[in-house]
Design a protein. Structure first.
Length: 63
């Protein structure tokens, strides 16, 4: 007896079921890590390329 060939729908169902087997805690951990990385990247972008100190401002004010 030949094994029954699977339909595309059966293949899809198997793929979805395998994805659903991932524990929620693992997904949540990955999302939190991604969120921290994005926040760190965003903070790094906000810093100016050149930073001026308070003393620079004070000396400019006297001019």
């Amino acid at each position: 007896m030949m094994p029954k060939s699977r339909t595309p729908f059966e293949n899809f169902n198997e793929a979805v079921e395998s994805l659903m087997r991932v524990p929620h805690s693992e997904i949540k951990k990955a999302l939190e890590k991604e969120k921290r990385e994005k926040a760190a990247k965003k903070r790094a972008k906000k810093r100016p390329a050149h930073s001026s100190s308070v003393s620079d401002h004070a000396s400019n004010a006297a001019d």
